[in-house]
Design a protein around this ligand. Structure first.
Ligand SMILES: Nc1nc2c(c(=O)[nH]1)N[C@H]1C(S)=C(S)[C@@H](COP(=O)(O)OP(=O)(O)OC[C@H]3O[C@@H](n4cnc5c(=O)[nH]c(N)nc54)[C@H](O)[C@@H]3O)O[C@H]1N2
Ligand SMILES: Nc1nc2c(c(=O)[nH]1)N[C@H]1C(S)=C(S)[C@@H](COP(=O)(O)OP(=O)(O)OC[C@H]3O[C@@H](n4cnc5c(=O)[nH]c(N)nc54)[C@H](O)[C@@H]3O)O[C@H]1N2
Ligand code: SF4
Ligand SMILES: [Mo]
Length: 727
């Protein structure tokens, strides 16, 4: 069993590294204990983000390194039995090359799809994107980050010209005056980060939490607004209305640093407080209190997470919250700003280096001729050979078995995590060929024709970029069990089998060196970052151009705009950029853009047949599709299975008692899970966590209605009916 212990004075050496799970990327030390089979987590207090604190998932992460729960040999589906059975690496790799090659020859390159993950290191995400574009020549690549922070990313781009989760380090949070936390249950999803909110309050600051549930996070708030799911857009517009009508606009900031205020103000003025109360269910006095708290404070931040973002209007919703920051001068200034709390371990870096459908490394656009030329130069290929943008994650998965015949998947478990999951499962089954690389036999891997067992976090070196934009080094701390290989080795071998002997190195530092060159001059410029610097500096914040002192961070191609950096003496290496936008935003003219947005309903509103709102999310002890954490005894003991959270009034109306098996039915299907009755949720809404497969799978119910800009599915709102389940 994994144990956490304080570092004793004369302990055997341990390796500083980072947690495999969420975007906080907590620092920890790992030590292989006697016998080699046991890996201990040792406190690492020197890493500033978590200062030694870990949640239960991080503390128990070594349990997934055990050969008892993971894959240690390749599996191939045998025609005779129809089952996945052990195979040699050579056979498995050849089968994949043949499977993908057959599709390519029969139907053309775009019939092969690639699906990646925001948990993959920067090196892997970069190599996977390059593999898709150069080896497979397919445009059909996207990744699970589309389901995560894509709406915030799109809104960031529109408003600021650059997308980085937080434009400031977490350490700034305690020193701002007021934080509005929208749809984030930080206390369960990033527990060590709760400290920053506690310190904010200790410093006299205030916390406003916006969540339809009184979560553990909302319990910490000075003011908790509990809107009806899917109405955050109206809520933000209502607050802006009050800002304007009460004369709290920061006119000089709007004048000097922004554009588009007149249209945005006009749109907000159509959302008067009483109307907003009717839409959201949040009483007008609470709306006024929120504005007063936010505007009275000397500085303020709005932080969003998946609550407002995973909606079919997520981009506009985040835009409305950004408008609120801009109108009140809470952006582009010290200790103020809008930020998105990204989710996965490499949720930030995973969206910067080319596994996203429309993107090239360095956060460049695949449609930009200058970006294509630069990256093609680094890759040694003709720019015209690079395919164009492909489809978004849900659209790609929905096309499986249609015009996409084969899929290579790395780092996601869509059978559990995709919206309308029964349909996606059926699409995966209809493929001619499916190859999955994973550390465990996930529900998706179990459908594959070939499964490759790969190494994980503690067994390999690579970089991740946390929610602050801090590029970190995850160091190899232990040897992998025999029989597994790294994702980089997999891509190297497949590329070679498909005719590309060169260009896919297996050494992560070599891949990083190439990534640095590919990202140079792009918006997410990593060219000045090295493994050595990361190790010496507790991580380096991008953008960090090579050889450029901070003062000369100038645009070097059409996809980049100058971003002011922290201060450095002339001649120094670029110090990295912990704080963005302090002098100018990353738009062409340096001004932030207001977006004129108006409220609209969710894609599916309750009606007579489906009268209740379903929202979904997380619990502290399980991670995502649960592929990893459902293999840890201690976590299963804490969170053994799915449940339906509902208010006592709704329970009474339905004649339901605690623990009763409920059938939750939407237009997509039916899920069954026990009732958990609590007055911490609105009475028109039920909540289900999405970590489990089978009959309690929340995503059997969810609506794949997509945001028109970000293509984010509406995980957070759909209409359901609730029945007592027949046994
Ligand atoms: N324990 C744990 N931690 C994790 C993860 C995990 O799976 N488990 N995953 C990681 C990842 S990838 C991510 S993306 C983050 C996600 O982190 P969070 O965004 O904090 O997680 P969620 O639980 O999905 O959603 C947050 C809150 O949104 C609320 N909500 C639901 N509907 C609405 C709405 O319409 N409006 C508003 N304002 N709020 C709403 C929910 O009640 C919930 O409390 O967590 C990361 N950390
Ligand atoms: N209803 C509902 N559904 C949701 C959400 C929600 O809030 N509600 N949230 C969405 C969000 S924000 C997210 S991020 C997605 C996440 O959902 P998924 O994409 O399913 O994420 P994981 O469960 O983390 O899957 C990662 C898989 O990759 C494997 N893996 C881990 N590390 C590696 C590696 O280095 N290499 C390889 N090859 N494999 C690896 C793991 O074992 C696991 O099987 O779920 C989305 N789905
Ligand atoms: S908060 Fe996130 S990074 Fe930190 S230990 Fe928990 S899962 Fe790991
Ligand atoms: Mo996520």
């Amino acid at each position: 069993m994994p144990r956490t212990s304080p570092a004793p004075a004369a302990a055997p050496p341990s390796t500083p590294t980072h947690c495999p799970y969420c975007a906080l990327q907590c620092g920890m030390n790992l030590r292989a204990a006697a016998g080699g089979d046991v890996v201990e987590v040792v406190e690492r207090t020197d890493f500033p983000v978590n200062r030694g604190a870990l949640c239960g998932k991080g503390r128990t992460a070594p349990a997934v390194l055990s050969s008892r729960v993971r894959l240690t040999e390749p599996l191939v589906r045998r025609p005779a039995t129809g089952r996945l059975e052990p195979a040699t690496w050579e056979e498995a790799l050849v089968k994949i090359a043949e499977g993908l090659g057959r599709t390519q020859r029969g139907y053309g390159p775009d019939a092969v799809g690639v699906f990646g993950g925001g948990g993959l290191t920067n090196e892997k995400a970069y190599a996977l994107g390059k593999f898709a574009r150069v080896v497979l020549a397919t445009s059909q690549i996207d990744y699970n980050g589309r389901f995560c922070m894509s709406s915030a990313a799109a809104a960031h781009q529109k408003a600021f010209g650059l997308d980085r989760g937080l434009p400031f380090p977490l350490e700034d949070i305690p020193r701002t005056g007021c934080v509005i936390l929208v749809g984030s249950n930080l206390a369960e999803t990033m527990p060590p980060a709760l400290r920053y909110l506690t310190e904010l309050k200790e410093n006299g600051g205030t916390l406003i939490v916006v969540d339809p549930r009184r979560t553990r996070t909302a319990e910490q708030a000075d003011l908790h607004l509990a809107p009806r799911p899917g109405t955050d857009l109206a809520l933000a517009l209502g607050l802006l209305h009050i800002v304007v009508s009460e004369g709290r606009t920061d006119e000089s900031f709007v004048q000097d640093r922004t554009a588009g205020w007149d249209e945005a103000r006009a749109a907000a003025m159509a959302h008067w407080p009483e109307l907003v109360e009717r839409i959201t269910g949040v009483p007008v006095p609470q709306l006024r209190d929120a504005v007063r708290m936010f505007c009275d404070a000397p500085a303020g931040m709005v932080l969003t997470a998946r609550g407002p973002e995973q909606q079919s209007k997520g981009t506009d919703t985040v835009g409305a919250w950004i408008n609120l920051c801009l109108a009140t001068g809470r952006a582009g200034r010290p200790l103020s700003g809008y930020g998105c709390l990204t989710g996965q371990g490499n949720g930030q870096g995973g969206r910067e280096h080319g596994q996203k459908a429309d993107q090239l490394p360095g956060y460049r656009k695949l449609t930009d001729p200058a970006a294509r030329e630069h990256v093609a130069g680094v890759w040694g290929v003709d720019p015209d050979s690079l395919p164009g943008p492909g489809r978004s994650a849900y659209e790609l998965l929905d096309a499986l078995g249609g015009d996409i015949k084969s899929l290579l998947l790395m780092g996601s478990n869509p059978v559990v995590s995709a919206p309308r999951a029964a349909h996606i499962e059926e699409r995966l089954r209809s493929l001619d060929f499916l190859a999955v690389a994973d550390v465990v036999l996930s529900e998706t891997a179990a459908l594959a024709d070939v499964v490759l067992p790969v190494t994980q976090w503690a067994e390999e070196t690579g970089t991740t970029t946390n929610l602050e934009g801090r590029v970190l080094l995850r160091r190899k701390a232990v040897d992998p069990p025999p029989g597994v290989r790294t994702d980089l080795e997999v891509l190297h071998s497949l590329a070679a089998l498909l005719g590309h002997e060169k260009g896919f190195p297996v050494d992560p530092e070599e891949v990083f060196a190439e990534l640095r060159r590919a990202s140079a001059g792009g918006p997410a410029d990593y060219s000045g970052i090295s493994y050595r610097r990361i190790a010496e500096e507790d991580g380096v914040f991008w953008p960090c151009p090579e050889g450029a002192p901070a003062s000369s961070t100038a645009p070097t191609d059409s996809t980049a705009h100058a971003v002011p950096a922290a201060h450095a003496a002339p001649g120094d290496d670029h110090p990295g950029t912990p704080r963005l936008f302090l002098d100018r935003f990353a738009t062409e003219d340096g001004r932030a853009r207001f977006v004129p947005v108006t409220h609209r309903p969710a894609a599916e509103e309750p009606d007579a047949e489906y009268p209740v709102l379903l929202t979904t999310g997380r619990v502290v002890a399980q991670y995502q599709s649960g592929a990893q954490t459902r293999r840890v005894d201690e976590l299963n003991a804490a969170a053994p299975g799915p449940f339906v959270e509902l208010h006592p009034r709704l329970a009474q109306r339905l004649g339901v008692s605690e623990g009763d098996r409920l059938s939750v039915v939407s237009r997509r299907g039916r899920a069954v899970a026990p009732a958990r009755i609590t007055d911490s949720i609105r009475s028109d809404t039920v909540f289900m966590p999405f970590h489990w497969p089978g009959e309690g799978r929340a995503n059997t119910l969810t609506n794949p209605a997509l945001d028109p800009t970000s293509r984010m599915p509406e995980f957070k709102v759909c209409a359901v009916r609730i029945e007592r389940a027949q046994d």
